[in-house]
Design a protein around this ligand. Sequence first.
Ligand code: AMP
Ligand code: ZN
Length: 413
Amino acid sequence: MDLYLYNSLTKKKEPFGSAQGRPIKLYTCGPTVYDYAHIGHGRKFLMDDILRRTLEFNGYKVNHVQNVTDVGHLVSDADDGEDKLEKGAKKQGKTVWEVAEYFTKSFYESMDALNFLRPTIICKATDHIKEQIKLIEKLFENGYAYDTEEAVYFNVSKFTDYGKMLGQKISEKRIAVRDEVKTDPNKRNNADFALWFKRVGSFVNHTMHWESPWGDGFPGWHIECSAMSMKYLGEQIDIHTGGEDHLSIHHPNEIAQSEGATGKKPFSKFWIHSAFLTVDGTKMSKSLGNFYTISDIVKRGFDPLALRYLYLGAHYKKPMNFTWQALDGASKGLKRLQQTVYSLQTTARTILSEEKNNKILEFRDKFNQAINDDLNTSKAMAVMFEVLKSNIPSRDKYDLAVSFDEVLGLNLK
Ligand code: AMP
Ligand code: ZN
């Protein structure tokens, strides 16, 4: 069965189609490195990992690029408040550069623990200031950008398709502007977003800053993804992913910037978004005391792969609620599965009857169908259990389990 993926742009499950032998261009929005990775991040990056492994399982080579946001992401995605990195630095009593380095390292250690394949290219926003400035210049040239005393903005009213991902008109787009937050009086439309912040006003002491044609300052958050995606993958890519929160601001902005710069060449064919992870039925937040990092999982004696097993139990677009009880169940399930598969490893290979051979082919087909049906991991896991309970020879059960594990990543070998 061909690979089908749900495309947030068309709001349909669509065949992935063929890439005509060339590597797949995959861009996955990465972390903002001002704090530890939490179990919500784990869920989003699990979806990326399953997508990448499924593409490879289908025989594609994948060029996987992921950004690390180390400047410009303000506390609100809609360009309000302090820069998250500056806030993190104050909290930690370190410099922004130290904070970024420390949490980038910590993030990828957490992702390794969850057995996520490392992206082919990991790129930091602060290493690509020149590329971002060039892209903003192009947006000026094409009539999409303007500047005020405070910032350079993208004028969304000039980009007729703005909001197509959400099916919203610009006039309907509600931006989370809180009364107490000061907004630039010269911003032309509520939904216009910053491409470059000038080092003035509340940002006059901003630590990270660079010279630009619009004065000393720093890039807005959204422009880094367009600039780095284009640098490493070209103007048009196959798949772009993010959490469901990116559907309303970050990704419409990325599309506007990228297509505004390239004369409306469709930026990405597929846009894939994963649902959020809640904890004890509510949003994970430090003030509620239900905010867990990946190292909290380890501190409580769990193998991080138990968390992976837990994530796999729900389709990535379905809401998922974390409880310690559910993790405990997943941990037991993982251990049982690993022990069963390990115990089959040393069994001898037998000659297969035609009936058993057909059964094996059927299982392979069933697994492919499940995972190629928009990455249905829970169905794929069910096929794994069906194999282990079946009457095919032990050695063939082992071979199938190990082959399915190329996608599931539960270290069954
Ligand atoms: P951030 O580090 O906040 O920039 O987030 C990195 C990625 O993790 C983004 O794609 C977010 O959508 C995703 N993410 C953040 N919090 C959660 C959560 N609770 N559940 C699922 N994904 C999340
Ligand atoms: Zn992004």
